[in-house]
Design a protein around this ligand. Structure first.
Ligand SMILES: [Zn+2]
Length: 196
């Protein structure tokens, strides 16, 4: 019989405000307490609150390595992991990374590492966001978190509503708007709006 294979992939996904980063931090604090070596990566484009930490809305934080998200950045992440050789790797905002992250994660899992990815499963149009669909399909464990709809304040929110200057975004708007006056809400399917 083969050795017990301890590598695994966990994905925590859901819309904005569903508590994904909080869940990532909760799990990684347990890893920290257990004394295992770990690294957390997060993309540089998310400048909410604090560029040097994985920050959740309730202000609990852990140190993270801030990276770009393109193909070259995946190579950089690989080099960091090769050098540090952590037992556990966490990636926050995984939806923003280039598709090559999928094959990198497969490699780490095959090497026996525990990999945890948190991210938006869908973009504001309701489409699969970046590598998250592939990661969900390949994951050992999946948690789809839900928020409360910020419009009807009643139903569970499974979608991310994007607002530009207070109005629902158009289908043709870019997925990532840098420096725009956009904001986001968690919405249920009934309240989710997308202009054509
Ligand atoms: Zn609603």
């Amino acid at each position: 019989m083969n050795d017990f294979h301890k590598g695994s992939l966990e994905v925590v996904c859901g819309p904005m405000f569903s508590g994904k980063s909080e869940e990532l931090i909760r799990r990684m604090k347990r890893v920290q307490i257990s004394g295992k070596k770990f690294i957390i990566f997060k993309p540089a484009l998310d400048n909410r609150y604090d560029a040097n930490h994985v920050v959740s809305h309730d202000q609990r934080k852990l140190e993270a390595v801030i990276t770009r998200t393109d193909t070259l950045a995946i190579k950089y992440i690989e080099d960091v992991v090769d050098k540090e050789n952590p037992e556990v790797i966490a990636i926050d905002e995984g939806n923003f990374y280039a598709m090559e992250i999928v094959f990198m994660i497969e490699k780490w899992v095959s090497e026996g590492k525990r990999v945890l990815v948190a991210g938006l499963d869908t973009n504001f149009r309701g489409e699969t966001f970046g590598p998250m669909g592939e990661l969900l399909a390949r994951a050992d464990y999946v948690d789809k978190l839900k928020a409360i709809c910020m419009k009807c304040k009643n139903r569970e929110a499974v979608m991310t509503q994007r607002l530009i200057n207070g109005l629902p975004a158009k289908r043709s708007d870019p997925t990532i708007l840098v420096g725009g006056f956009d904001s986001y809400e968690a919405r249920c399917r009934e309240c989710h709006e997308l202009l054509d």
